[in-house]
Write a protein that binds this ligand. Structure first.
Ligand code: TRP
Length: 347
């Protein structure tokens, strides 16, 4: 059997360059390599509601934003099926059956969920829906028999949970489901992008993101406000590379050609770093360089986004067509699941 690729995002905000290097870029690469039978990318609105159930407007608005971000980075509806999670009731159905195959103790051990519970201040009043979202995520993956899941490393515990449920299901009811595996970015430095303030994570709630939809002006402002080395005050001072956000981003985004184009007095990033560490290289210059690079990377994305923004009918049509197609695939798996579980009474 060929590959089935699947992944998704919660519609709780616009996507940022952390999503881009951590997962979106990888998806577009997989899409364009074409080594798969099906590729699904979906908007996980039901999952977003598990901790935003009191804010349906936010989730609804961000369906559009995330869909625009998908199209903007180059996901192509003719190659990749885009759909909306909650429009596929088979996923909810499957979730309920999988609840039997997982214990509360096991769910408690999920480090990503644990961190989120702390971060959201749920403590003792965790909504059951939120607590069990890894089970619903297993349904998302297995309903399509997906085997390759391009995600960031924070999602590894979900994939592990899914694998356990698949094994348990198959051992009780017979071989039906496919065990998925995560596909992480090749470059480990892309797993988690630091925020522009130097915080370990780029996140909307911390206000330290560069969004894919940001204007040229916004990007520039953010780059020039980046955390560098607080002790590098005068240009002559030696500067630190470690923890310096500008260099962290240059490590990820800069190519040797960028030096020919914007900083021909250096051959490559090693030379630039050496000069900064020795002293004599100002923050202004490295920020200007990074800004040029980021502008080049994000300009085509923003322009594509603006085109689609003018054609929202088309965007929703892609989502609807994708949802119809995905629903048929999920329904086929559900038939197999019902038959395996012996709950196909009228056949
Ligand atoms: N948990 C993912 C996120 O927070 C979204 C998601 C839901 C997902 N279901 C999935 C990702 C299935 C990969 C596969 O962004």
């Amino acid at each position: 059997m060929g590959n089935i690729i699947l992944t998704g995002d919660r519609p709780t905000g616009r996507l940022h360059i952390g999503h881009y290097v951590g997962s979106l870029k990888n998806r577009v690469r997989l899409q364009n390599e074409g080594n798969y039978d099906e590729m699904y990318v979906f908007i996980a609105d039901a999952q977003a509601l598990t901790d935003n159930f009191d804010n349906p407007d936010k989730v609804r608005e961000n369906i559009k934003e995330v869909a625009l971000d998908y199209l903007a980075v180059g996901l192509d509806p003719s190659k990749c099926t885009m759909f909306i999670q909650s429009m596929i009731p088979e996923l909810t159905e499957l979730t309920f059956y999988y609840m039997n195959l997982v214990t509360i103790a096991r769910l408690h051990r999920n480090p990503t969920v644990k961190a989120e519970i702390e971060q959201k201040g749920f403590e003792e009043s965790i909504p059951a829906g939120f607590f069990t979202y890894p089970v619903s995520q297993t349904a998302d993956i297995t309903a399509f028999k997906a085997n390759l899941i391009p995600v960031g490393d924070d999602q590894l515990p979900m994939i592990e949970q899914a694998r356990e449920i698949v094994r348990k299901f198959n051992s009780i009811y017979g071989d039906t489901l496919v065990e998925p595996e995560a596909v992480l970015p090749e470059d480990e430095r892309c797993y988690r992008l630091v925020g522009i303030d130097g915080n370990a994570k780029m996140s909307k709630s911390l206000g330290n993101c560069i969004y894919l939809a940001d204007s040229e002006e916004d990007i520039k402002k953010k780059v020039f406000s980046m955390y560098t080395d607080p002790n590098h005050i005068k240009i002559e001072d030696p500067g630190k590379i470690e923890g310096n956000v500008v260099f962290t981003y240059l490590d990820i985004f800069c190519k040797d050609e960028d030096f020919d184009k914007y900083l021909p007095e250096y051959k490559n990033l090693d030379e630039l770093k050496a000069h900064y560490q020795k002293g004599g290289l100002g923050d202004m210059k490295i920020k200007k360089f990074l800004n040029s690079i980021l502008q080049d990377e994000l300009r085509p994305i923003r322009e594509r986004r603006e085109q689609y923004e003018k054609n929202l009918d088309e965007v929703y049509r892609y989502l609807q067509e994708g949802t119809n197609k995905a629903r048929e695939a999920a329904a086929r798996t559900l038939e197999e699941v019902r038959s395996a579980m012996k709950i196909n009474y009228f056949e």
